[in-house]
Design a binder for this molecule. Sequence first.
Ligand SMILES: [Fe+2]
Ligand SMILES: [Fe+2]
Length: 144
Amino acid sequence: MALVYIEQVEEMNLEQMQKTHEDEIEILNAIDKLAIYHERGEATEEELVAKIDEYIEHVHQHFASEENLMQKYDFPKYDMHKTAHDMFLEELDHAIKYWKRYEDITKITNFIRRTPEWIVLHVNTVDLPTSTYLAKKMEQEKEL
Ligand SMILES: [Fe+2]
Ligand SMILES: [Fe+2]
């Protein structure tokens, strides 16, 4: 069983947002699997850390690219959407700090395993209306 399924998130009206969400779900499921293998001694900590680093990088790029698009197309609820991203990144930073301070990888894997709840809710309630707005704006831009 996977940690999170693509079917749980609404499909975006914007291909690049959809692709980012699909990639993020793939990384989350890979981390969950690697964490299980690591607990069983079937995967090294380095392999798990490499995936976690990939996830951290991906999340930052994911949010930054949405924020750039929102700014480019004057999304009216930019501040609300950006605040939601920033709050998540703060929690992520917190988990990273604990992981490093106590040299305990479960501090970050436990956090990551709880994130699908946030992501599914965020994508379905915040990203969806944003992608609808952006897709419309891009369409209008083409017609000009
Ligand atoms: Fe998103
Ligand atoms: Fe978002």
